[in-house]
Write a protein that binds this ligand. Structure first.
Ligand code: CA
Length: 231
């Protein structure tokens, strides 16, 4: 089995040592960048499964880096930050981070978040005949993990795809925040409703045309449901 590669973008040597030694002990391959400027090239070179991104880097704004990583890659992206504010967290999620951890963090928590993000990016469908779901001109190929509208590919991050997939497998059903968090994000996210709100917003921005009937309907305070358009 190939080792899962983690790209650690962090300028604090203590955190680099802690994270690198713990991840390597668990069989991950770890590449480190202490600045933001090398990240683009390292993404190309190492093709990591996960990026752990410190927001406070010496040379680059972590938020800008978050955005630029998302422009070129659907890699699992976990922001690690000393900023504990809800605004920073929501901003990072809005820029496409799959998760957000605040410093100081325990290594077990980091590992659990990494496993959850990897699980979302590695969804394997059971073998079956019917793996293409259609909603109007939107087509989701579960086997190829390919989302297309009128034949044009829509690029989704692991978390966006996992959320869309779950909504699409349960059309018309009211999916509560709790259920979505449990099924899409996993254990430990029960109180993180903002993850669902941000990610539904990201999906809408990518999937819905202006002025079109909404595909993902908000049920106030309860959750969301996917309403297939009239055929
Ligand atoms: Ca830092």
């Amino acid at each position: 089995m190939t080792e899962t590669c983690v790209l650690l973008v962090e300028d604090d040597p203590n955190i680099v040592d802690l994270v690198r030694s713990n991840l390597m002990a668990r069989g991950y391959r770890v590449e480190v960048s202490t600045t933001g400027s090398d990240v683009e090239q390292m993404l190309e070179q190492f093709d990591p499964a996960i990026v752990l991104l410190d927001l406070g880097l010496p040379d680059t704004s972590g938020f800008d880096l978050c955005r630029s990583i998302r422009e070129r890659s659907d890699v699992g992206l976990i922001v690690v930050s000393a900023r504990t504010g809800e605004i920073d967290k929501v901003r990072a999620l809005n820029l496409g981070a799959d998760d957000y951890i605040t410093k100081p963090f325990g290594i077990d928590e980091l590992l659990a978040r990494m496993v959850a993000t990897l699980r979302r990016s590695r969804i394997v469908e059971p073998v079956s005949q019917d793996t293409i779901l259609k909603f109007g001109d939107l087509e989701i190929d579960l086997e190829a993990k390919l989302v297309q509208r009128n034949g044009e590919r829509i690029q989704l991050t692991p978390t966006e795809y996992a959320l869309l997939r779950y909504l699409a497998l349960n059309p018309g059903v009211l999916l509560t925040y709790e259920r979505l968090l449990r099924e899409v994000w996993g254990r430990g996210y029960e109180n993180s409703r903002e993850y669902v709100r941000v990610y539904v917003g990201r999906l809408r921005a990518k999937l819905e045309y202006d002025g079109e009937e909404t595909l993902i309907v908000t049920e106030p305070r309860a959750g969301y449901r996917l309403i297939p358009p009239e055929q």
